[in-house]
Design a protein around this ligand. Structure first.
Ligand code: FUL
Length: 451
């Protein structure tokens, strides 16, 4: 009796094991855990704040009197609260811009907040931003300009490297966890830096920090418009090797102005313009780092805050209800016929599951029965990029009056693809993966109606 029960149980286990399809092999290269977590954030706030804020200039030359830095109502918590309420998951603050003025009390330069009247020289912008980020659950990052127009050692590469590492060390040890270090390439043409030495220091002191722009973990998208190309790969060739190097789109909310200007309000982009940027960055698989400049009070200006708020209200409202979620889904192919990789996994709202095809099947369709006439004008697709970026071409069609109508055709998907199109009224929706480097892994597929 006991033997029979045991053997029946074993047989059942055997059957389960046999019918489970092997998980797909990763398509190398794949993101690191830190890159993956950053990609999930999608949206962050850049804050340019420093001596320039008080001179109506984008680039001062390192000679402005440090006593001119004097915000009247500085409150970094307001910056981070606004960022969080606006859907942003990280904040990057300028610790030093090209002018060399340090917004934190460095021991390695007199050109710093310590020489300003602000809080009698005892203020620390970086500390207050870092503390607010920690308290509010927002990732903290800093910008440190390699190009330095004030520092006397700048003319001597190795002396300057030592100075720059001294500042880096302070920022990496005194402010808690750092998520991103932003190295701007501007102004540095012809100068030789010890990049490897900088990177080694970061890896040693903050192993989880991502090094952006002039760095190995995050790449610059290549423009300051906040726009990623239609076809965006997170995999690029570097020094003859294929590496995971995802793109970040940095753009100022006031056109052309990273720093606050007293007469800059007319440059403030509209809600529609920022939304368009969102679709062309996050919606093309990049991460958006939107710059909002604190003003001379040391606060984010109210009109800018309103735009951020309104943009996020629209994004949230638009993507609140996936009209395909939980609806019956079928596919032209399911990996091993296994429920673990079924098309339903793309519409279950669970970020951990995905629809996968058998190895070698690089073209496939997923059809969702919407269960009646449904109106939508947005689509969202996500790949399971933890196992590599794969899809090269896709199409979304809607079943309208019994005929399939193409609403959008595109190339790459990556972490997320958002598409806008004229509203359709359909009973079914179909995603076609037309070309893929390996079997496609679709984590999410959704259709939505914008407000
Ligand atoms: C550029 C800089 O020159 C701008 O002032 C700003 O910091 C922007 C983010 O990067 O290269």
């Amino acid at each position: 009796m006991l033997f029979t029960t045991l053997s029946t149980g074993l047989a059942a286990i055997m059957v389960t094991i046999q019918s489970a399809a092997a998980p797909p092999e990763p398509l190398l290269p794949v993101p690191t855990a830190q890159q993956l977590a950053w990609q999930e954030m999608e949206y962050g706030m850049f804050c340019h704040f420093g001596i320039n804020t008080f001179h109506n200039e984008e680039w001062t030359d390192g000679t402005k009197d440090p006593t001119t830095f004097n915000p009247t109502d500085f409150n970094a918590r307001q910056w981070v609260e606004v960022a969080r309420a606006s859907g942003m998951k990280y904040v990057v603050v300028t610790a030093k811009h090209h002018d060399g003025f340090a917004t934190y009390p460095t021991q390695h330069s007199d050109y710093a907040v310590t020489a300003s009247p602000w809080r009698e020289g005892k203020g620390d912008v970086v500390r207050e931003v870092a503390d607010a980020c920690r308290e509010l659950g927002v990732m903290f990052g800093f910008y440190l300009s390699p190009w330095d127009r004030h520092e006397p050692t700048y003319a001597d590469s190795s002396a300057y490297d030592a100075h720059f590492k001294d500042m880096l060390r302070e920022l990496l040890t005194n402010y808690g966890k750092v998520g991103e270090v932003w190295f701007d390439g501007a102004g540095s043409k012809g100068h030789i830096y010890d990049w490897d030495g900088y990177y080694a220091l970061i890896r040693e002191l903050q192993p989880d920090a991502l090094i952006a722009i002039c760095g190995p973990d995050i790449r610059w998208v290549g423009n300051e418009d906040g726009v990623a190309p239609e076809t965006l790969w997170s995999v690029v060739d570097r020094d003859g090797a294929s590496v995971w190097h995802p793109a970040e789109c940095d753009v100022p909310i006031r056109d052309g102005q990273w720093f606050f200007h007293t007469d800059g309000e007319p440059k403030l982009r509209s809600v529609d313009e920022v939304l368009d940027i969102y679709y062309k960055s996050v919606g093309r698989g990049a991460v958006l780092l939107l710059n909002v400049s604190p003003d001379r009070r040391g606060l984010l200006p109210e009109p800018d805050v309103k735009v951020l708020h309104d943009v996020w209200a629209i994004v949230t409202e638009t993507f609140k209800t996936n009209l395909a979620q939980g609806k019956p889904a079928t596919a032209s192919n399911t990996r091993g016929g296994d429920a673990a990789f079924a098309p339903a996994c793309a519409v279950d709202g669970d970020p951990a599951t995905y629809w996968a095809t058998d190895d070698g099947v690089k073209e496939a369709t997923l059809t969702v029965d919407l269960g009646g006439l449904v109106t939508f004008d947005r689509a969202m697709i996500q790949e399971h990029i933890a196992l590599g970026q794969r899809v090269e071409a896709y199409k979304v069609e809607a079943l309208v009056d019994g005929a399939w109508k193409t609403v959008v055709e595109g190339t790459t998907i990556g972490h997320k693809r958002l598409d806008r199109f004229d509203a359709v009224k359909a009973t079914q929706v179909r995603l076609t993966i037309a070309k893929s480097k390996a079997c496609p892994l679709i984590r999410a597929f959704g259709v939505y109606k914008a407000p």
